[in-house]
Design a protein around this ligand. Structure first.
Ligand SMILES: [Fe+2]
Ligand SMILES: [Fe+2]
Ligand SMILES: [Fe+2]
Length: 421
């Protein structure tokens, strides 16, 4: 049972990151294509390794996405080199299925002379050298060639990049016409085909989607916590209501993606501590349409509808379509309840968690007033303590990861200072 294919996962990542900053992910796609073709030419990697390294190429600059001025940043390959390398590495290490290969990302801005044999296996060192070259090639072709000397690739052989990697590229290019395919756009179809032929395990897909959500949400910690709790509450309510396996699966992914569109909402509005003005609220509400734009035609229709109907109310007073009970399936109604519970239970800079009695009262009133599903609410009321305890356990684990990422960052950035001289 798999409603989300491997290609879907890659498409979701690309489309979502595109909305935040098109250039970074375009750069990732080109870099990953060059890297993929170089490795394909060598013909010594397993299918899984080929996919893993291609994903590494695609995501090597993902650390840039946590910077607050990310939207306007067109110069990302020349600024904050260490910080985006380190965050990219940490995201992949802690949040993706690529932990064992994540170090490649950590060192992608080192010169070849510094990076030589820095990793533990020969294979990883070799792929790192290929990535350094692939990254430089696209930077040279597209990003800011005026910041690199015109004779860059002859002048810095074996200094900034590996000569061997360049020779490999030359052979691969002669065989696969990499440059032609990059300029006529054929590389895109080729990558699509590669991903539609492969199946990712359920866990592999799930970790990538989680990584995506956490990466984007890293700018706004409460959004991460909100998404996490909405997923957890949805799962629990769904199980209590004895949904079928298929519905539980869709519910889980729908909840995970329900606020994806918030990536396009300015931080001042997301993090606002006061009441939103009418105009700000209008902008905030657009997150639902943005989620729809990203996911439409990529993801299973059931999952999509669960994700984009969480602000609809049973009496038709919600948004963005103003649908009513008869149009809303049970999983859709459950995410709506979980979303409210998460908002009430969550702490914000300006509000503590509401106390349990108040939370229960608000939910009951909403149910009585015909806004949200009364059976789902009853499940929450009857199992309140268990639901919260279960969720708190998962949250502790996730926040632990967050703290670890922040701590690791401080340690690594100190060590990186030696590369600055
Ligand atoms: Fe980079
Ligand atoms: Fe929402
Ligand atoms: Fe939400």
């Amino acid at each position: 049972m798999s409603v989300i294919s491997s290609k879907n996962v890659r498409d979701i990542i690309v489309k979502t990151l595109e909305i935040v900053n098109k250039e970074i992910i375009r750069h990732g796609q080109v870099t990953s294509y060059i890297l993929y073709k170089m490795l394909e030419h060598e013909h010594i990697y397993t299918d899984q390794e080929m996919i893993d390294f291609t994903m590494i190429g695609l995501l090597h600059d993902i650390g840039v996405y946590r910077e607050p001025n990310i939207k306007k940043n067109t110069d990302f390959e020349f600024q904050n080199l260490w910080s985006h390398s380190i965050y990219g590495f940490l995201f992949l290490k802690y949040l993706s299925p690529l932990s064992d290969k994540a170090e490649i990302v950590l060192y992608h801005h080192l010169n070849y002379s510094q990076a030589k044999n820095i990793l533990t296996t020969q294979k990883l060192n070799h792929v790192l050298e290929c990535l350094i070259l692939a990254d430089k090639m696209d930077t040279f072709m597209h990003i800011k060639s005026q910041q690199m000397e015109p004779d860059y690739f002859t002048r810095y052989r074996d200094i900034k990049f590996s000569g061997q990697a360049l020779d490999l590229f030359t052979r691969a290019n002669a065989r696969f016409h990499i440059m032609d395919k990059l300029s006529n756009g054929e590389y895109i179809d080729e990558m699509n085909e590669l991903f539609s032929k492969r199946t990712f395990s359920e866990n592999y897909k799930k970790s990538f989607l989680e990584m995506l959500i956490y990466t984007i949400d890293f700018r706004s910690e409460h959004t991460v916590v909100h998404t996490m709790s909405t997923v957890n509450f949805s799962d629990q309510i769904g199980r209590l209501m004895r949904l079928e396996a298929r519905d539980l699966y869709n519910l889980h992914y729908g909840a995970m993606l329900h606020d994806l569109g918030k990536i396009a909402i300015p931080l001042e509005i997301l993090e606002s501590t006061g009441r939103l003005s009418k105009e700000e609220f209008r902008v905030m509400k657009a997150h639902v349409q943005i989620t729809e734009i990203i996911l439409k035609d990529i993801i299973d229709e059931d999952v999509l509808q669960i994700a984009i109907r969480h602000h609809e109310k049973l009496d038709g007073s919600g948004y963005h379509r103003g649908l009513s009970a008869k149009d809303l399936t049970l999983p859709q109604q459950i995410v709506a309840v979980a979303d409210i519970l998460s908002a009430l239970y969550g702490k914000r800079s300006y509000k503590d968690s509401f106390d349990p009695e108040l939370i229960k009262k608000i939910l009951s009133e909403d149910a009585e007033n015909g806004k949200i599903n009364p059976v789902a609410v009853k499940c929450v009321l009857n199992n309140y303590d268990t639901i919260i305890t279960t969720y708190e356990k998962e949250k502790e684990h996730m926040l632990g990861l967050y703290l670890e990422i922040k701590r690791d960052y401080e340690t690594i950035i100190k060590k990186f200072k030696r590369f600055d001289t």
